[in-house]
Design a protein around this ligand. Structure first.
Ligand code: CA
Length: 236
């Protein structure tokens, strides 16, 4: 079965070019031109990846991504026309997995698409491998902290902790590698993807946010430990 890609782009010429090139590469493609259709198509199609333009009629790309992130983990590749939008996209406020600034080459786009899909497959394989027992019981529990893997929900003392998508991804990654020293680079590669445009400070920022949410005292963390000169270690 070919992987399915949803294209959301209001410029017809670009939309057609994207669709043409992706189809030529063997993908199943659906293309829409506004935010509302994007939501509808994403829900019925359940694509493997969404290419989402930021400036759209009806609902803009930010809004579409924000809504979809609550419903699905499908990777989102954002297309932006302006440099000043990048901060919001990269700040993961909207949960985009990657972005491209217009104009971009088709070659670059295809590389990004394939990288994202490869990453998703890797994560799925890893999840399948890393303890079938854990996945079966759907939860990882560390004392008063519980991670519900199927629902992507975290509770502390039975109270739900609201996490941004990447905070959740990071916590789950830590939880699956309990007790292991994880370098910032390794975390960045596995949680954000090797081609993520950012640096290891992204990891530090998310660790800080996570600590504020799951540590009793964020200034004296007991769960996510900083390893000097190395990275982080999750103690459970
Ligand atoms: Ca546009």
């Amino acid at each position: 079965m070919p992987e399915t890609i949803l294209i959301v782009e209001d410029e017809p010429a670009l939309r057609d070019t994207l669709a043409y090139n992706l189809k030529k590469d063997g993908f199943a493609v659906e293309a829409v031109g506004d935010g509302r259709s994007a939501l509808a198509s994403a829900r019925t199609l359940k694509p493997d990846l969404i290419i989402l333009d930021l400036m759209l009629p009806e609902l803009d790309g930010f809004e579409v991504a924000r809504i979809l992130r609550k419903e699905m983990t499908t990777p989102i590749l954002m297309l932006t026309a302006r440099d000043d939008e990048i901060d919001r996209v990269v700040g993961l406020e909207v949960g985009a997995d990657d972005y491209l600034t217009k104009p971009f080459s088709m070659r670059e786009l295809m590389a990004r698409v394939k990288a994202q899909l490869r990453r998703t497959r890797l994560i799925q394989e890893e999840m399948a491998k890393s303890g079938v027992a854990q996945v079966k019981q759907e939860k990882l529990t560390f004392d008063n902290l519980t991670i519900n893997l199927t629902r992507r929900e975290v509770t502390l003392n039975d109270k739900p902790i609201p996490l941004k998508p990447k905070e959740y991804d990071l916590l789950e990654f830590f939880a699956r590698h309990k007790g292991q020293m994880l370098s910032r680079e390794f975390i960045l590669e596995r949680v954000w993807g090797w081609d993520f445009i950012g640096d290891s400070r992204t990891v530090d920022v998310h660790v800080r946010w996570l600590r504020q949410k799951i540590e009793e005292d964020a200034s004296r963390p007991k769960r996510i430990i900083t390893v000097r000169g190395g990275g982080y270690r999750f103690e459970g």
